[in-house]
Design a protein. Structure first.
Length: 150
């Protein structure tokens, strides 16, 4: 009985965390800033820009506008939040939330200790997941025919 329960629970625990075999594309970005008077984020900038994120377990790399800007960011998986979204924290203090239902990624940054909150937010919208391409190895190298001796 315990063994059966173990085989049911383990797959459930692994569900939901970001699939590192995929990369993520977005074509729309919003930048927002916290407004203490209204107690919400105000939109500061909206733009069409291509962003590609290549996630790995301990870091992600990203490209903006076809490689115009490239960066590598160390991160750690924190777990699921109350709304069942995946939460990561970067080495620099960014809080990254994957909102799969709305197809968005939220990057919270500029943490304010006095107000105990991040004051800036970048939202990547309309995200799409694509399978990462592996390195191409020509068939002649992969399968070297053995010579036939007579």
């Amino acid at each position: 009985m315990i063994r059966q329960l173990f085989f049911i629970i383990i797959p459930l625990l692994s569900l939901g965390q970001l699939d590192y075999n995929n990369y993520i594309m977005s074509n729309y970005t919003e930048e927002l800033e916290w407004n203490n008077e209204t107690n919400q984020f105000d939109i500061k900038d909206q733009m069409f820009s291509r962003v590609e994120i290549f996630p790995e377990k301990s870091y992600y790399t990203y490209k903006v506008n076809y490689g115009e800007i490239e960066q590598r960011v160390v991160w750690e998986y924190f777990g699921k939040d109350d709304l069942d979204m995946d939460v990561y924290f970067s080495q620099s203090g960014e809080k990254i939330i994957f909102n799969y239902d709305d197809k968005e990624i939220w990057f919270f940054y500029d943490y304010n200790k006095q107000h105990n909150k991040h004051t800036r937010l970048k939202v990547l919208s309309n995200i799409k997941f694509r399978i990462k391409k592996s390195e191409y190895i020509p068939q002649t190298i992969r399968y070297k025919p053995q010579s036939i001796s007579k």
